[in-house]
Design a protein. Structure first.
Length: 232
């Protein structure tokens, strides 16, 4: 007899880094992203994530999910992107989707997770996770706002050294790779795959945007533990 696995909706899913972690924690996963993601390893809907979420709410189909995870685009105010754009003289604008995402997540009545990188003030930092917590080859700090549930915030361990590469005219070596951009000692595709524990895609753009599965495996396990404690 197959054990019951609760279902998570993975919005703005990219190539499935977050989804893979939830699967490893014990969830069935459905993804949604506006771009075609042929490497996404689970059931997938291509389309606008907020329109799809609104549809699921209107039809009542949202009720099949135990948890919703959302990683809305962060380029509007992310510190790294803003600084890079300014230094390069790029004037492109990006829509901030965090607030409308939260409004719809509140309307679901379900527990949820919103993920953003450092540099965003719009979410509560209920959790802040780092690759060093899981022995990964990237630091990739990410913050998570938890809606309708809570868990203990883990301690942030001291980093073991530098991220490898050039920064401010100085070349450094270290135990972590820079999983973004090209040149300047940035990680190769195989290095990013190994550092983050992602094997199912070799698309650089997908890897540079991905959440290491270890993060959401930890979050998914914490959620299921919290739910069991409430039901006990």
């Amino acid at each position: 007899m197959t054990a019951f696995r609760p279902r998570v909706l993975d919005l703005f899913s990219c190539a499935g880094g977050a989804g893979k972690g939830y699967e490893e924690a014990g969830f069935e996963v459905d993804g949604c992203d506006i771009a075609a993601r042929p490497n996404y390893p689970f059931a997938y809907h291509q389309g606008d994530a907020l329109e799809y979420l609104a549809h699921l709410i209107a039809t009542g189909e949202i009720g099949r999910y135990a948890l919703v995870h959302a990683s809305p685009p962060c380029q509007a105010k992310a510190a790294l992107t803003v600084g890079t754009n300014a230094s390069q003289g790029w004037g492109g604008t990006h829509e901030d989707l965090v607030a409308p995402t939260r409004a719809l997540l509140d309307a679901t009545g379900l527990p949820y997770v919103i993920e953003q990188p450092n540099g965003r003030a719009e979410i509560r930092k209920d959790l802040s996770l780092c690759g060093e917590m899981f022995g990964l080859g990237v630091l990739r700090h990410r913050n998570f706002e938890l809606g309708r549930w809570a868990t203990v915030k883990p301690a942030h361990p001291r980093h073991r050294g530098y991220v490898r590469g050039h920064r401010h005219g100085i070349r450094r070596e270290g135990p972590y790779v820079a999983a973004y951009g090209n040149g300047g000692g940035k990680a190769t595709v195989p290095e990013m795959q190994a550092a983050m524990g992602i094997t199912w895609t070799d698309v650089r753009e997908e890897l540079t945007e991905a959440i290491p599965p270890a993060y959401t495996r930890w979050i998914g396990t914490a959620f299921l533990t919290a739910r069991q404690e409430v039901c006990a």
